[in-house]
Design a protein around this ligand. Structure first.
Ligand code: DGL
Length: 257
């Protein structure tokens, strides 16, 4: 197998990164993908930084041994904690991360009110403080750590009473005055977008990092001469650290959602 034909590994703490994977597959259907969700250890976003760092390094090391050509870290939390060290470690391999799509959300409306939903780690890490420093003069930016939301998505719960009750309590203090934009700063959250929109109850623009990350991945592969020249449809392999067939079924279900 040539280097170009090798798979792109896509990594997340669980099934959330499939919201990025589906954009990657849409943009580059001829590429091969290996998706690895560490659901046995999810959620990452409420763990200690050290624990997330160790889990990320360990899992990406395992993926790198599988003969892959690039890694997409489809997790805002892991990107915040480990991407710089991972790039240092794998200098020859493109490593693409995801971060909250604050820029397009702020540019969407002048002086808008922008809610950023993300994990506690993402909100409290240095990368996000830097993003806030850049954009908070242009809008009212409200960071909201959402511990618990990724757990619901991991359990396959993206709509219905339990999810709406959780979101109702979480969002009640922020929905008034009217929000102009909501940034889904965790890759699990796009799957709960309809429930979030329902609980908010008025028109609000959503932003997530899926499409941007897919485009950046294509750009990086092209720059490195690693795009797969094949005209055939590529293969998507789903792996999960939870030894449970239901996680693989949920993974394929979310990919088609
Ligand atoms: N999907 C991850 C993210 O984008 C984190 C979810 C978790 O807490 O494990 O931040």
């Amino acid at each position: 197998m040539t280097q170009e034909e090798k798979a792109i590994a896509v990594f997340d703490s669980g099934v959330g990164g499939i919201s990025v994977l589906r954009e990657l597959v849409k943009l580059m259907p001829n590429e091969n993908f290996i998706y690895y969700g560490d659901s046995a250890h999810a959620p990452y976003g409420t763990k200690s930084i050290e624990e997330v760092y160790q889990l990320s390094i360990h899992n990406i090391e395992k993926l790198a041994q599988q003969g892959i050509k690039a890694v997409v870290i489809a997790c805002n939390t892991v990107t915040s904690v480990a991407i710089d060290d991972l790039r240092d470690k794998y200098r020859k391999m493109p490593i693409i991360g995801v971060e909250p799509a604050l820029k397009p959300a702020v540019l969407h409306k002048k002086d808008g009110r922008v809610l950023v939903m993300a994990t506690p780690i993402t909100i409290h890490e240095h990368k996000f403080s830097k993003l806030m420093d850049t954009y908070q003069r242009m809008a009212e930016v409200i960071p909201l750590p959402c511990g618990g939301l990724a757990d619901l998505v991991e359990a396959g719960k993206v709509e219905g009473e339990e999810v709406e009750d959780y979101l109702g309590n979480l969002l009640a203090p922020y929905v008034s005055p009217k929000l102009d934009a909501i940034v889904l700063g965790c890759t699990h959250y796009p799957f709960a977008k309809e429930a979030i929109a329902k609980v908010v109850g008025y028109d609000v623009e959503f932003f997530d990092g899926g499409v941007g990350t897919a485009k950046e991945t294509e750009r990086r592969l092209k720059e490195s001469g690693l795009l797969n020249p094949s005209k055939e449809k590529g293969k998507v392999t789903m792996l999960n650290s939870l030894n449970d067939e239901r996680m693989i079924e949920l993974s394929y279900y979310l990919l088609e959602k």
